[in-house]
Design a protein around this ligand. Structure first.
Ligand code: ZN
Length: 194
């Protein structure tokens, strides 16, 4: 197989993702409403509200023949699928697919941001997230502060509600989220010296 063949194969892989509604380039991550610019081999799709969160029911995955890793959120009705596609064991692209099941708009916002954070991690968008958070006056680096991926995702969920729906923060503020909430509040107007 020559290089030309690989290039053609790679292009057909990318096209397959476009055709299934995955987005690349400029897009907005839901929940946080954070603008990102994805390179051409990185994709994102928000499957949105689903009636049942069951990976085997995602017909979208069948034509892809891809490998995926699943972040299944226990106790939260959300999922993130990190998809990798390969040619000759070499990674050609990465794609994030998120979905959730929610009963009210504030919880939807929280879940969207939580799952978007899993996508941020999978697609390597930590730096754009930090710029976004600083613009919103949150001066804390959650990637350094927390060792647990779920804490980082819950931090993003709470941040999204504090940004756009703060009066309803109590709807998503269970006791285990209080430390994250206090970290967010204490990070406001702080300047970090490294
Ligand atoms: Zn999670």
């Amino acid at each position: 197989m020559g290089d030309l063949h690989i290039v053609e194969q790679k292009e057909s892989y990318l096209e397959k993702y476009y055709n299934l509604g995955f987005k690349t380039g400029d897009l907005i991550l839901p929940g946080l409403n954070m603008e990102v610019n994805l390179p051409s081999n990185r994709f994102f799709k928000n499957l949105g509200e689903v009636s049942e969160i069951n990976v085997s029911s995602i017909t979208l995955l069948k034509p892809l023949n891809c490998q995926y890793s699943l972040t299944e959120d226990k106790g939260l009705n959300g999922k993130h699928l990190g998809i990798g596609d390969y040619i000759n064991q070499k990674e050609v692209l990465k794609a994030s697919l998120i979905m959730y099941l929610s009963s009210n708009p504030t919880l939807t916002k929280f879940l969207q941001a939580h799952e978007s954070m899993h996508a941020i991690r999978f697609l390597g968008l930590e730096e754009p997230f930090m710029r976004f958070a600083y613009m919103q006056n949150f001066h804390l680096n959650p990637f350094e502060k927390y060792s647990s991926e779920e804490d980082i995702a819950n931090y993003a969920g709470l941040m999204a509600v504090l940004i756009s729906d703060p009066k309803n923060i109590n709807q998503v503020l269970s006791s285990k989220f209080i430390p994250l909430f206090l970290d967010l509040e204490n990070s406001k107007n702080r300047v970090i010296y490294k």
